[in-house]
Design a protein around this ligand. Structure first.
Ligand SMILES: Cc1cc2nc3c(=O)[nH]c(=O)nc-3n(C[C@H](O)[C@H](O)[C@H](O)COP(=O)(O)OP(=O)(O)OC[C@H]3O[C@@H](n4cnc5c(N)ncnc54)[C@H](O)[C@@H]3O)c2cc1C
Length: 408
């Protein structure tokens, strides 16, 4: 069996054991709920390093945690007593402006990615926090991806940002959002959110700490048409605070980073949503204003347009009929908040879940206690994925993920 000393000879990146420099930082992931102590952290500097680390973990019979950006709610990027394969050094992004593609290393974050593509006036669909990993948001389950190629689109300066409304306007705003977003031009992305006002200059000082409902919009068409595109939201009620205007796309992608520093303690629950009946909106309006901290929220993201033009069999994403992905998330730096925060998420979820009209949720919005939901979360794709898993990873070495178990 390969020893750690031999592994150090094989790889070019740092191999870190307990007590070594970098161990304390290296064992931590974004969600501060997970205080785990791996036996070994391999920071791959090349694909060959990743191969060596995987082989080492398999031979040693140790759990293998593959880490991209380290943002997974259940902390899949770390492990007690296992091997962490940290890909964060593989963050180079090569943009092919002619083919309109970008090849990104397996440890690239959305911030790295957008920085590289924005220089060419190009972008792709991604997450809303720039420190999230491109790989974990895109993948899961099947081996280690050391680089991936994504299609790009002409997106440069967008028009958008957050608009805050009074909590009393939430039912009307949610209904208007539901009506408009289904038919809106495809250049418009927007989500509904609850937001406790942070102490930012665009919010009146006497409203800091108050809870609002919000629309966060991103118009990627011609900037001069942006105001018109978001007008249906403004028409609902008076906007009490806003940070809306033309901005570089990467600026919007990083606008909320301050609310989610590494180490903040998070708890997540989510569903795909097909319908938003009045009863569901009433349940949102009852629970949403109780957001316990400035970083806690419920986001309702629309799924339509191009996503609905792909067949359920064509990719792993089986819920093409869902109209929204909903996430309820609590986040606080203080362990003393855990109990109340988790209770808020669970109560809120219990109140809205009966109206979701689907059984599954987005895998990346599941926390540890929802591991058993994997089959319904992959929906109609699950059995097909199990067959693929049986072929490529019959022993389920790659199991620290929203796990697809190998078919028998
Ligand atoms: C603050 C915050 C904001 C978020 N916002 C969004 C959002 O806007 N949209 C959205 O869709 N999701 C969002 N998410 C959820 C996010 O998509 C998931 O947490 C995702 O899994 C994170 O990917 P990662 O690479 O950072 O995480 P990791 O914890 O590193 O990885 C997550 C999973 O992917 C696997 N994985 C990672 N990299 C690789 C690789 N290179 N090869 C093989 N497997 C790999 C890991 O093994 C693990 O199972 C957010 C999460 C957080 C914490």
């Amino acid at each position: 069996m390969t020893t750690i000393a031999e592994l150090r000879e094989q790889v070019r990146g740092p191999v870190i054991e307990p007590g070594d420099d970098g161990y304390e930082e290296g064992r931590r992931v974004h969600n501060g709920m997970h205080d785990r102590r791996p036996a070994l952290i391999v920071r791959a500097a090349a694909t060959a390093d990743a191969i060596a680390a995987v082989n080492y973990a398999r031979e040693a019979g140790l759990d293998l945690a593959v880490r991209g950006g380290g943002h997974s709610g259940p902390g899949f990027g770390t492990s007690d007593g296992g091997v962490v394969l940290d890909l964060s050094l593989l963050n180079n992004v090569f943009v092919d402006r002619t083919k309109r593609t970008a090849r990104a290393g397996g440890g690239t974050t959305w911030g790295d990615f957008n920085h590289a593509t924005h220089a060419y006036g190009l972008a792709t669909t991604g997450g809303i926090i720039s420190t999230t990993g491109v790989s974990g948001l895109t993948l899961g389950n099947f081996g280690v991806v050391t680089s991936l190629e994504l299609a790009l689109h002409p997106v440069d300066t967008i028009y958008g940002g957050p608009m805050f409304f009074e909590v009393a306007d939430a039912p009307a705003l949610m209904r208007a959002y539901d009506d408009y977003i289904q038919e809106a031009p495809e250049q418009l992305g927007a989500f509904f959110a609850w937001q406790m006002a942070p102490p930012l200059p665009f919010i009146p000082e006497d409203r800091h700490g108050d809870v609002f409902c919000a629309i966060v919009a991103c118009w990627s068409g011609r900037p001069e048409q942006g105001e018109q595109a978001i007008k249906p939201f403004r028409d609902v009620a008076e906007v009490k605070a806003e940070h809306v205007g033309p901005m570089p796309y990467p600026a919007l992608n990083a606008a909320f980073d301050g609310l989610f520093p590494k180490g903040i303690r998070q708890y997540w629950k989510g569903d795909y949503v097909r319908d938003l009946p009045d009863e569901a909106i009433a349940a949102h309006a009852e629970h949403g204003p109780g957001v316990p901290t400035v970083s806690s929220t419920m986001h309702l993201y629309s799924i339509n347009g191009a996503a609905a033009r792909v067949g359920p069999e064509e990719t792993a994403f089986g819920h093409r009929d869902a109209r929204y992905a909903m996430v309820i998330l609590s986040a606080s730096p203080d362990p003393g908040d855990d109990e109340a925060d988790i209770r808020w998420v669970r109560d809120y979820y219990a109140a809205v879940h009966p109206y979701s009209g689907t059984r599954g949720g987005y895998v990346n919005f599941m926390d540890s206690d929802d591991a058993a939901r994997a089959p319904e979360n992959y929906g109609g794709s699950y059995e097909r994925l199990r067959a693929i898993k049986a072929e490529y990873d019959p022993d389920n070495l790659f199991h620290l993920n929203q796990n697809v178990t190998p078919a028998d």
